[in-house]
Design a protein. Structure first.
Length: 632
């Protein structure tokens, strides 16, 4: 335990640090960056911009091509695994897929981080590792092996999908006569092979299937939930799935809930997925189509006055008027109220409080009130993710790419020919065909609201806020960041480190627990610890969604679970809110409990705003309040 600082000293340090940052506002140059240039015979695939096909660091290593073969380098640009493969993929769960031979002719296997071939390259095809098993193809048939290469499920299938929540979708037959069903990890048939099409189970434990030409959904026992009445069906979003009756030329769309009830009749000519309780629907076709928004009961929130629209994101959706060749865009809120005029030539959904919009030939950013907060000076621009956005300056012949923060400051100057998304704290850059590894610059913002300063300062002084989270106080907190608050809180209160706590709880060391419990999208120590302690869960499909945001009611539930683990009496009672009916059933007790404790309060006018955002500064002070309640 470190010695606690006084809140006055903490706030003084924060203000000094902030004042220094404000004065030092000169543009960043290449000399200010920490770049590791790699040998010019290496070629990095940046075309995917850090997505599936683009190169990115994964588990500390980067796949690279040297003009003849592929291998791996580390963040210092050093060769770690020899360049001897014709194809390599990213590391995942400590293994990476490699291929020897040309595409369509070569064989696939898996290597570990030392370059050892754990699974020999003898397979014709493969998918990604999921739930400890790997789908592989041999002699035209598919089966499953474990991470040591042992055959777990024999090669008897003609098509497979990876395991999700203990079940895999598999197929017997050929392209003219496909028969799909579901098996468990023992290879036992759980749901018979009677479907023409089948997709893996979604997080609501329902799977989309096709039978006798019609689509529906089944549960994990094979029971029909959404009846086989539909000629097309989407995927569940926000509790509803879009369905169609008829053919592509004259079909009508509606929506069905998770119990199979058609809650919005099939009367529309098209529609989007539900998001934040709303969806856009169309009446009319092609150039005569008009768009309106409806809620989950089918009630119209707007009239059919728009020529296009988007899904809702962060309480906003963009709407379009005008033809596809000359459109204009504006934004509306969840009540259908127009927030901006139709002055934009293109628009993107809101992300982290800002939207990327185009005026004329240039892009800029607006906030949720429609205020233009970052000027229209960019030739290209993208949505904010993790507090930064990729932008490009120049003309169409020569564009330099870099990154800005939410204040419009270039944290990476717009001088690079190409630049990737961030992965494991670094960007991959290309400057005139010279490749490098750029460490993410520190993005400094110490600003917080005055009402939060005292308690946030106390949270910091009591070691409850990790150093890397002591910035961007007004940003929405992520699921990962919340876990990184909870574990220090538990350590401070118990005077034990998390490794000792988990050993006491489970009899296993931290490394073993992480290996056994890690999610497909994160193995972060604090996340896994919070999961094992029963504080936070995944989102389904073996994933955690570490960068997803938390609502106020979700925060209440997580804080209540933390308090229960720490032995704090959290019985509900005595606190009610005017918007009680908007609180989800699972969260009602938690909201009442943390409100009674004084850990979370209302947002004004006796409202709790359960679906509202939960910022970093709110997270810090509510964690401090829980700390104070338990230790006072």
């Amino acid at each position: 335990m470190r010695k606690k600082l006084s809140v006055l000293l903490v706030l003084t340090l924060i203000m000094i640090n902030f004042s220094v940052l404000t004065v030092n506002a000169e543009p960043v140059s290449e000399d200010d960056l920490n770049i590791t240039w790699i040998p010019d015979y290496y070629i990095i695939d940046l075309e995917g911009e850090g997505d599936y096909y683009g190169a990115k660091f994964s588990e500390g290593l980067l796949r690279v091509f040297n003009g003849e073969k592929s291998g791996y380098i580390d963040k210092e640009g050093k060769e770690v695994i020899a360049f001897k493969y014709d194809f390599v993929n990213d590391f995942e769960n400590d293994l990476a897929c490699v291929r020897t031979g040309l595409w369509g002719e070569g064989k696939y296997g898996f290597i570990d981080k030392t370059g050892k071939e754990v699974i020999p390259a003898i397979y014709e095809n493969t998918y990604f590792i999921s739930e400890g098993l790997i789908p592989v193809q041999k002699n035209g048939k598919w089966g499953f092996i474990d991470k040591a290469g042992k055959i777990v499920i024999p090669f008897i299938y003609d098509g497979v999908f990876p395991f999700i929540d203990g079940l895999a979708t598999v197929m017997k037959g050929n392209i003219e006569n496909e028969n799909w069903g579901f098996i468990n990890k023992k290879g036992e048939e759980i749901i018979p092979f009677i479907y023409e099409t089948a997709i893996s189970f979604e997080k609501n434990n329902l799977a989309k299937v096709q039978k006798e030409g019609k689509f529906g959904y089944i549960d994990k026992d094979g029971n029909e939930v959404v009846p086989f009445l539909y000629d097309d069906i989407s995927f569940f979003s926000d509790g509803l799935v879009r369905v169609m009756k008829g053919n592509w030329n004259n079909g009508k769309y509606g929506y069905v809930d998770e119990k199979g009830k058609e809650v919005v009749q099939c009367i529309y000519d098209n529609g989007g997925d539900f998001s934040e309780g709303l969806a856009y629907v169309e009446k009319g076709r092609e150039d005569k189509a008009k768009v309106a928004f409806i809620d989950k009961t089918g009630k119209q929130v707007t009239d059919f006055i728009y020529d296009g629209g988007s899904d809702f994101s962060e309480g906003r959706a963009y709407v379009q008027k005008g033809s596809y060749t000359d459109p204009k865009f504006a934004y509306i809120d969840e009540t259908g109220t127009q927030i901006t005029d139709f002055i934009y030539d293109y628009a993107h959904p809101f992300s982290e409080g800002l939207a990327c919009v185009k005026k004329g030939e240039k892009w800029g950013y607006i906030d949720k009130t429609g205020k233009e907060v970052i000027p229209f000076i960019y030739q290209e621009a993208s949505n904010f993710t993790g507090g930064i956005a990729k932008v490009g300056k120049g003309n169409w012949d020569v564009i330099g790419y870099g990154y800005i923060d939410k204040y419009g400051k270039e944290i990476v100057p717009t001088i690079f020919t190409r630049i990737s998304n961030i992965s494991e704290g670094v960007f991959l850059i290309d400057k005139e065909d010279l490749y490098g590894i750029l460490e993410k610059p520190i993005v400094n913002s110490q600003e917080m609201d005055s009402w939060a300063e005292e308690e946030v300062g106390l949270a910091i002084s009591n070691n409850l806020v990790p150093k890397h989270l002591q910035s961007y106080y007004k940003e929405d907190i992520t699921r990962l960041e919340f876990a990184q608050l909870v574990i220090p809180l538990i350590e401070e209160i118990t005077s034990k480190n998390i490794g000792d706590i988990l050993m006491q709880e489970t009899g296993k060391n931290l490394a073993t627990i992480i290996e056994e419990e890690k999610f497909l999208d994160t193995g972060n120590q604090d996340v896994i610890a919070a999961k094992v302690l029963g504080i936070i869960n995944g989102v389904g499909g073996g994933k955690f969604n570490p960068n997803g945001n938390i609502t106020r009611e979700q925060a209440a539930a997580l804080l209540q679970r933390t308090a229960k683990y720490l032995g704090k009496d959290v019985e509900a009672g005595g606190v009610t809110f005017a918007d009680e009916n908007k609180i989800s059933n699972y969260a009602k007790e938690a909201v009442a409990s943390v409100s009674k404790l004084g850990v979370m309060n209302g947002t004004g006018k006796n409202k709790f705003s359960p679906k509202g955002s939960y910022t970093r500064q709110q997270g810090y002070l509510t964690v401090y309040r829980l700390f104070y309640n338990i230790t006072k």
